[in-house]
Structures are given as C-alpha cells and as structure tokens.
Design a protein around this ligand. Structure first.
Ligand SMILES: C[S@@+](CC[C@H](N)C(=O)[O-])C[C@H]1O[C@@H](n2cnc3c(N)ncnc32)[C@H](O)[C@@H]1O
Length: 271
C-alpha cells in the first residue's frame, strides 16, 4: 500500500470533512491500487472521487505542464469546431476544475450557459470558485438533470475514468435535446508500439517527476502516474465510436492529433 497522502484540503485551505470520512482509519489507495477498482463500477466511481478529491488542488498546475500551456486554446478550438456558439446551453460532464467549461463560457458568452457535473466535490468547489457556474455533484452514469435540456453535452478527458461508459453515453443522449451534440475530448494511447513506448516513458515517467519538482506535492506525481495508466488501458478510438453508435448517437466522428489526442463528436437524432 502506498503511504498515506497529506490530508486533503479544499480550496479555502480547510481539511475536507467528507474526505476525512472517506479515508476514515485506513490509508487511502495510491495510483497503483486504482487498477484494482476497475472491475467494480461502484468502487470505481468512489475511487475516482477519492483520487480527484485528493489531487484537486494540483490538477491545474499538472495540466499546465502536460499541455505546455496550450490546454485552453486546444479545448476552445475543438468546441468551436464542434459548432458551439452563443445561445447554446452546455452540460459539461466531469467538469473538474472547469478547464473545458471556461472555454465553453467564452464561446457561449454567458456564465449561465454552462452547468458542471462531477463526482468530486473538491474539483467542483474549484470550478465554482473560478468560474461562478452552476455545479452539481453527481455521476455521469446517472446525471441529476432533466431530459432534453441541453444543446451540447461536453466531456473533457473523463471518458476513460467512467465506471460504466455505456450508461454515461446514454445519459448524455437523454439530457440532449433532439439535434443536440455531444463533444468528447480524450487521450488514447498511440496505435504504433514505438510511439506508445515513447509516450509511456514521457507521460508516465518524466512528467510525474517534473510535476513533483514543480509543485513539491506528491499528489501531483500520483495524478500524473494515474493518467498514463488510465490512457494506456483505455479502449482504441474505433471502439469508442462504436460505443457512441450503440448508445444511439448518429453522425459519429473522431478527429485525432499526433495519434494521441482524440476529438469525438456525434448528434442526437431529430424527432
Ligand atoms: C481529468 S479530469 C477532467 C476535468 C475537465 N473536464 C478538463 O477538461 O480538464 C476528470 C474528471 O472526471 C471526474 N469523474 C470521474 N469519474 C466520474 C463519474 N463517473 N462521473 C462524474 N465525474 C467523474 C473526476 O472527478 C474529474 O474531475
């Protein structure tokens, strides 16, 4: 078992009571242990909540390092290409600290146009403090929202964390209005073995060490190590496209950059 991480703090600097309950009397699992939860959907949701609650304060700096500062631009151009515009209502599933939601607000021109949902209360607290958007704690697999309300459902870098991807996609379809669109940004391992090895060494080996040096916080190293594990074990793009079709989406499409960054779009059929 990995050593117990530092007591998690929320963005106001106080220890999160809910997290203390989660860790109650036992060491919280480290990144390696998360793989053990993958077979059990409920366990996986709770493991994700624990991981992201622990690492919430480190998420933005780690992301900055990972994207070399291009994360905001990348998210915004992908949303724009998907047709997001003023007047649209967006449900950003797995909103995290709000990095994708922030770009959606820029394109929609209204902070009230974006609703964020996430399983982690620590991530939601940061998104709310940064952006002032409406946030709801809940899971992608059972969205706490009415049917047919959204013009867009967006999900950034969270599909590979889902406990039940099919349920999450069906829920996205349910909350979309007819003709509404889903936009999924995700990373999946390169198809070529050599590229996969190089990416694994960089994202899973070099970046965790750089994250630790930059933040001097072991939680950032844990988060980065977990990232590569989840990327390496995630399904290939063709399988994600099939999942979207099986969930009932039409016009499914995937654009890739560097055989690593994937941008999936699909629509809910008009009645
Ligand atoms: C890598 S972060 C992505 C944050 C943000 N979308 C972005 O673009 O940076 C993944 C988020 O997914 C959330 N998450 C993981 N499993 C979830 C689930 N089943 N339902 C809702 N949120 C989930 C985590 O709490 C975390 O905030």
């Amino acid at each position: 078992m990995s050593p117990m991480p530092d007591a998690p703090k929320n963005d106001s600097g106080t220890v999160s009571h809910r997290l203390v309950e989660v860790s109650n009397g036992q060491a919280l699992p480290g990144a390696a242990e998360y793989a053990a939860y993958y077979a059990d959907p409920a366990g996986r949701q709770s493991a994700m909540r624990t991981l992201f609650n622990q690492a919430a304060s480190q998420y933005d700096p780690v992301n900055l390092l990972f994207s070399l500062g291009s994360g905001g631009w990348y998210r915004r151009t992908r949303l724009r290409r998907s047709g997001l515009q003023r007047g649209d209502l967006v449900v950003d599933v797995a909103v995290g600290t709000g990095l994708l939601a922030r770009e959606a607000i820029r394109l929609c021109g209204d902070v009230k146009a974006v609703i964020g949902v996430d399983v982690s209360e620590a991530m939601l607290a940061i998104a709310k403090a940064k952006l002032g958007i409406a946030v709801i704690q809940g899971t992608a697999e059972a969205l706490p929202l009415a049917s047919g309300i959204a013009d867009f459902v967006t999900m950034g870098y969270a599909l590979r964390h889902m406990a039940d991807m099919r349920a999450a996609l069906q829920e996205a379809l349910r909350v979309l209005r007819p003709g509404g669109r889903i936009v999924l940004l995700e990373i999946s391992a390169p198809g070529q073995r050599l590229h996969r090895l190089l990416m694994g060494a960089y994202i899973g080996g070099v970046l965790p060490v750089l994250s630790l040096l930059m933040t001097r916080d072991r939680r950032s190293r844990m988060l980065m190590r977990y990232h590569w594990r989840s990327i390496a074990s995630f399904m290939p793009p063709a399988a994600v496209m099939l999942e979207l079709e099986n969930a009932g989406f039409s016009g499914v499409r995937c654009d890739s950059e560097f055989d690593l960054f994937r941008h999936y779009t699909a629509s809910k059929m008009e009645n």
